[in-house]
Design a protein around this ligand. Sequence first.
Ligand code: DI6
Ligand code: FE
Length: 401
Amino acid sequence: MKTLWHHARLVTLAGASGWGWIEHGALVTEGPTLQWVGDAAALPTGLKVDAEHDLGGALVTPGLVDCHTHLVYAGSRAREFEMRLQGQSYEDIARAGGGIRSTVAATRAADDATLYAGTRRRALALQAEGVTTLEIKSGYGLSAEHEARCLRVARRVGRETPLTVRATCLAAHALPPEFEGRADAYIDAVCAWLPVLHAEGLIDAVDAFCDRIGFTPAQTRRVFEVARTLGLPVKLHAEQLSDQGGAQLAAEFAALSCDHLEHLSEAGVQAMAQAGSVAVLLPGAYYFLRETKLPPIDALRTAGVPIALATDHNPGSSPTLSPLLMFNMACTLFRLTPEEALRGMTVNGARALGLADRGALVAGQRADFVAWSIDHPSELAYGFGQRPAVRIVAGGRETAA
Ligand code: DI6
Ligand code: FE
């Protein structure tokens, strides 16, 4: 089915910089693919289409790619938020058995229907703000059975919503209570689960939390070695609370991305540049944990490391479902430009997932785009708390905004 979408002001993001603006733009989609993008005056003569949509002069950007979320969980951590306000630190709460472990307990206790319903609700909330591609990590199951269950929920969201979902196994997220004091034994177990989860088709990438309250670089390396044997790409929660040299380790494995990065060193920046890894910035967690150390953004820019931006939605450190609020925080807190923020949640977000077929409005790419009721793309970052998405098209099909 061939469809013409006309009367659009296109922000294509074609090329390495700039908005790629086409003031009087049109798009032609053929099934799930962008077949033609350009100035309406240059539309191929004699073009025959099955359907035509007038976008009413709306500004159109690529669909948003949220490349880092922890959407599958049950329960809430509002009580822990109160404890932090009363003076306890995120790390103290984690060490006392709260934090990630409390979400693991709630997730294991939830029945399948509840776990799926909560995850789907959150995915649709992200979609309503313009997300068309979403990464979902496991990491609140932490047993063979429960990690598989969480990854199946992620896969089901991909089947039953218009969103493209990439599933990442983050079994090395925290030490489950039954392995207390036996972190190496837990890593042995994770290394044994990965081939099984992969054989079931549940994993697109492998992630780990390399930090003081997570796993050591040596333990992370063991997980990555199994991923490499399976041909799976890796990503890393790196240098979030401390500098562990995780970025350098991830670079050895040609990681798709390193994420968080507040404590990233210059050596880490250089390693990421050499490996071609994307820096995924997560201002929601920075804000909500009241972190004061900024990621080394200028050093990343100077080294030419691509910068992506994501919600990091999770119940402990970033309970937001607003990608556009992340645009605003990336600009106000991290001093990204609005263009860097938009590229961060489109082209560079796609790259952080290893997806080369989306992120820009260019012929041949996937037909994922959003029509917004704004005059200029910088308004996406400026108007925090506003929800200007009016039409969302995923894989050539219109979905509810
Ligand atoms: N870093 C984070 O910010 C999330 N996971 C991680 O490794 C937080 C997860 C949580 O607190 O539940
Ligand atoms: Fe995360």
